[in-house]
Design a protein around this ligand. Sequence first.
Ligand SMILES: [Zn+2]
Length: 400
Amino acid sequence: MRRTGDLKLIQELNRSIILDTIRHYGPISRSEIAKRHKLSPTTVTSAVSELIRDSLVSEVGTGTSNGGRKPILLQFSPDSRFLIGISISGSKITIAEMNLEAKVRKKEAYSIKSYQGDSVIAYLLQIIEQFVQPYENLDNCVGISIVTQGIVDSDNGMIRYNPKLKLKDTPVKEIVESRFQIKTWLDNDTNAYLLAEKNIGDFNHYQNMLYVTIGDGLGSSILVNGSIYRGYAGGAGEFGHTTIDRAGVRCDCGNVGCLENYVSWPAIYSKLLSGLAKGKESCIMELAEQDINRISSKTFRQALDRRDPLAESILEETASYLATGLVTLVHLFNPEVIILGGDIAFENSLLISKVTEYVTEYAHGILTEGLSIRLNSLGEDVEVVGAAAVLLQDTFQFSL
Ligand SMILES: [Zn+2]
């Protein structure tokens, strides 16, 4: 039995190495693949037949011959199948159809309104139901991959703890699989974003980096020696709940002075409202068409582009708090890169320059010499592309 298991594992490994080679170097011939990886021609031929049968690879013409018969060339077929990626944040559920290279073909977003606990899950099922309705069948769907905030047990597909949405030990993978009969993945959102930036975005050659999401909350993911550090119970990186003020604001988690109450959209929003109430000079209301309910993180970023004094002073304060937290992370993990993402960070170069300035000033010089703090490379699509990265990594061991 052991022997059969080992053989199967080797075959699967060879198959993913071959698929990855075709993705990177295609159009490529079978013999070239065999030569690159010192595999036998039989091994390559049988794995390629399976890949063609599964529509993941197709034959495209012939290459130049070295004397004998012209070799048939192989190419990856990213559009032969698709996957569904979903991100659940504190304020919205985003769902998208993507191809096998995580290219977004269709994307929809739904406000989470005041749903909490079980009603969030009921709402999620309703959104998936509506999204898959137009499909004749889902035979070509590789799976559904969901990413969300909080502590997630990715092995068992369970949300262990999400204080914002009031979810505890919720078996999301099992619920979705039993309803739709499609293989489902679940992971922490920021871990997924880091994976996406490494496997699909611009950060593939870094081994020690951090990803920080600043949106409805504040999360982080830690890459140590090329692997995501998850901690004992999968809860590593709960950056937003590190304490920065023992006499501070009470947090949803029950503690006081958690960093996310100073660095997140709700914190910025309440500062904006209080600034406006005090009559501070600002173009925010004009950007929001005089409707207070239309003030969003996007309005805030637009105001920054216009050098709005109120928005700039709030950003300055937020960047200083964020830098205080990042200095701790820099001292703990000594990363080469810190990527900033999330609704507050997208295209926000002022945030990057302020945070870089403060971190350089506060942290040990030796740890900041080679450190760069950068905006994420996948923009707002990272929410669903992150979900795709989890599925693609697990199914095909894709790396770019
Ligand atoms: Zn907290």
